[in-house]
Design a protein around this ligand. Structure first.
Ligand code: F6P
Length: 532
C-alpha cells in the first residue's frame, strides 16, 4: 500500500490555492465560453453509457491541470490499483474493498469462485420465484436498512420498465412501526417472500422488523417459513438461528453501501430477472474498466471527484444538489447520501490526524421537474452557490413522447438559466404581469435579477437500462473513491454511526424504567416527557 501525502501536503494544493486567488474566485463561465468556442467539446467526456458535459463548471484547463497534478501527488492511481488488487485499503477494519470483484467477468478478479458460486445459485433461485404461477409469490418485502436497503430501493423503481409485471416490491427499513404496518396490511402470507437483508444480521432496525414480519406471518396462517423467508448476509450462522434456511452470503470485503452487486441485490434480481441483473453488473464492470484503464485527463469518475475537491476546498461550496430528470431515479439522491456522506464524511486522515479542510459535501436533491417547484428558487437567487448535477435520459421507456420532450427541455433550461442568469438591465426591460403596480421599477428589477455563473454538470444517458444504471452507479462509487483518496481519509469505514447506536441501547431500558441517572439534563427532561 502507498503512503502518499494527503491533499493539503502537496505542491498542487498550494498551486490550486494560488490559481483560485488569481483566477478561480472571479471565474466567469460565460466569459470562458465567449473566449473559447471549443469549450463544450474540450470539456465533454465519454465514459461507458455516460456522456458528461463539464463545461458549465467553474473550471478552466489550468484548473484541471492542477487538479490532475493533485491526484498524481496524492497517489490516487496507486490507491486505485491497491483497491482493485484486494489490498486492505479499509485500514481501520483491516479489510479489502472489492465491490469491483462482484461485477468482474468470471475468473478475472479476486474471489471469483466464491462470487460466482453465490451469484449463480442466487440467480437460479430467482428464476424459480419469478415463475409466479408455480411459486405463488406476488409480493417481495426487503427488510434491511442503509446499504442493505438503499441500493435495491433505488434500483427497482429506476428499472420499472424491466420489472416482473406480476410482482410487487416493498422496502421496509425504519424501526418505526409506521413503516412495516401499512406494508403488511396489503399482504397475504402465501403470496409473500420476505428477504431479511443485513450484512451483520445484528442491526437493531432490521432484526426488529424481521421478528415483526415473522410474527405477522404466523399469526396470519403462514406455515412454510422456509419458503417465505430468505436471508442475504455475511452472518449465515445468525440467519440460521433466526430460522432461515435459504441464505445467500457475501463477504466482509463488501461494504454495506457498495453491496447492491452482491446477494443484497436479491430484490433487484427478483424484480428484473437473471439476465438483466447480469447486465447491471456488466454495466458497472464497464465503468470499472474505464476508471482503472483510462488516462487521467479523460477519466470521468476521477475528474468528477477532483472537481468535487475544487468546489469543497477552494470555492468553499458545502453541498451539491442532484437533479435526475427521470422519475425512476427518485431515490438516487438518498442512495448517494449514504454512498458519499457515509464514505467521505470523515474528519481525520488515515494516520489519525485531524484534517484542516472540509470533506464530503452535503448531497441532496429531488427528481426534476419536482425540485424546480420547490427549492430551485434558492439555487438561482439564494445567497449560496450550490453546484447542481443534472441527469438527462435521452430516450424514455414509455410512449408519452410529448411529456418527455417537456421534461428534457426543463432540465436543459435549468442548467442554462443557472449559468446565464439575467442582469438587472434585462429584467428592467421585461414586463412582469404579476408584479405590483406600485413597486419602483428598479426595486422590481433587482428582485428579478439572476446572478448566473452558477455551476452545473450534466450527465446524459441514452436510456435507463440495467446496463446504463450499473455504469452510472459505479461512476459515483469511483468518484467518491477519488475525492476520498485526495482527502487522505478512509472512505470505507463508518465509525460515526456507532455512538448513537450505543446510546440508543442505553436509553431503551431507561424509557421503560424512567431511570435518568447520569443523563444530561436535556435528554433526561425529554425522556421524562415521553413517559409522562
Ligand atoms: O448505518 C451503518 C451501517 O453499518 C451501514 O453502513 C450499513 O449499510 C447499515 O448500517 C446496515 O447494516 P447491516 O447490513 O449490517 O444490517
Amino acid at each position: 500500500m502507498t503512503n502518499s501525502p494527503r491533499g493539503d501536503q502537496t505542491e498542487a494544493w498550494a498551486a490550486l490555492k494560488g490559481h483560485y486567488e488569481a483566477h478561480g474566485r472571479d471565474f466567469d463561465v460565460r466569459e470562458a465560453f465567449a473566449r473559447d468556442p471549443g469549450r463544450f467539446e474540450a470539456m465533454s467526456f465519454e465514459a461507458p453509457e455516460v456522456f458528461a458535459d463539464l463545461s458549465k463548471n467553474l473550471v478552466d484547463t489550468a484548473t484541471l491541470h492542477f487538479l490532475l497534478d493533485l491526484a498524481r501527488e496524492c497517489g490516487v492511481e496507486a490507491r486505485r490499483a491497491a483497491m482493485f488488487a484486494g489490498e486492505p485499503i479499509n485500514t481501520t477494519e483491516g479489510r479489502a474493498v472489492l465491490h469491483t470483484a462482484l461485477r468482474a467477468p468470471r475468473g478475472t478478479a479476486p474471489f471469483s469462485d466464491e462470487v460466482y458460486g453465490v451469484l449463480d445459485a442466487m440467480l437460479a433461485y430467482v428464476e424459480t420465484v419469478r415463475e409466479t404461477a408455480q411459486s405463488g409469490i406476488r409480493h417481495v418485502v426487503n427488510i434491511g436498512i442503509g446499504g442493505s436497503d438503499l441500493g435495491p430501493q433505488m434500483v427497482v423503481p429506476a428499472l420499472d420498465a424491466f420489472v416482473h409485471p406480476g410482482m410487487t416490491f416493498h422496502f421496509v427499513s425504519n424501526v418505526d412501526g409506521h413503516d412495516i404496518t401499512p406494508v403488511l396490511r396489503r399482504l397475504k402470507p402465501e403470496e409473500t417472500l420476505f428477504i431479511v437483508a443485513s450484512k451483520t444480521f445484528t442491526t437493531q432496525e432490521t432484526m426488529a422488523n424481521a421478528h415483526a414480519a415473522k410474527a405477522w406471518f404466523t399469526a396470519n396462517g403462514g406455515t412454510d417459513t422456509a419458503k417465505h423467508f430468505v436471508a442475504t448476509t455475511t452472518n449465515v450462522k445468525a440467519a440460521a438461528e433466526f430460522g432461515i434456511t435459504t441464505t445467500f452470503g457475501f463477504w466482509d470485503w463488501v461494504g454495506g453501501r457498495y453491496s447492491l452487486w452482491s446477494a443484497i441485490g436479491l430484490p433487484i434480481a427478483l424484480a428484473i430477472g437473471a439476465e438483466h441483473f447480469r447486465a447491471l453488473l456488466a454495466g458497472a464492470h464497464a465503468m470499472d474498466q474505464h476508471f482503472r484503464d483510462t488516462p487521467a485527463p479523460k477519466n470521468l469518475p476521477l475528474l468528477l471527484g477532483l472537481i468535487d475537491v475544487w468546489y469543497r476546498n477552494f470555492h468553499g461550496f458545502t453541498s451539491r444538489s442532484m437533479a435526475p430528470y427521470h422519475q425512476g431515479l427518485k431515490r438516487l439522491p438518498a442512495y448517494l447520501q449514504q454512498l458519499e456522506m457515509e464514505s467521505n464524511g470523515k474528519r481525520v486522515a488515515l494516520d489519525g490526524t485531524t484534517l484542516a479542510y472540509g470533506t464530503s459535501p452535503v448531497v441532496w436533491g429531488e427528481p426534476g421537474t419536482n425540485g424546480q417547484h420547490a427549492y430551485f428558487q434558492m439555487l438561482h437567487q439564494g445567497t449560496d452557490v450550490i453546484p447542481v448535477e443534472f441527469i438527462l435520459v435521452k430516450h424514455p421507456t414509455h410512449s408519452l413522447t410529448d411529456l418527455h420532450a417537456k421534461l428534457l427541455s426543463n432540465g436543459l433550461a435549468q442548467a442554462q438559466a443557472l449559468m446565464t442568469g439575467k442582469t438587472t438591465d434585462e429584467a428592467a426591460k421585461e414586463k412582469a404581469p404579476t408584479a405590483s403596480k406600485d413597486i419602483d421599477p428598479w426595486v422590481l428589477a433587482k428582485h428579478r435579477t439572476f446572478p448566473g455563473n452558477r455551476p452545473s454538470t450534466t450527465l446524459m444517458l441514452e436510456m435507463l437500462t440495467p446496463h446504463s444504471l450499473g455504469a452510472l452507479i459505479a461512476l459515483y462509487e469511483h468518484r467518491v473513491f477519488t475525492s476520498g483518496a485526495v482527502w487522505g481519509i478512509n472512505s470505507f469505514d463508518q465509525w460515526g454511526v456507532e455512538l448513537g447506536k450505543a446510546m440508543a441501547s442505553d436509553l431503551l431500558p431507561r424509557l421503560a424504567s424512567g431511570d435518568v441517572q447520569g443523563l444530561d439534563a436535556s435528554t433526561a427532561g425529554l425522556l421524562q416527557r415521553l413517559r409522562a
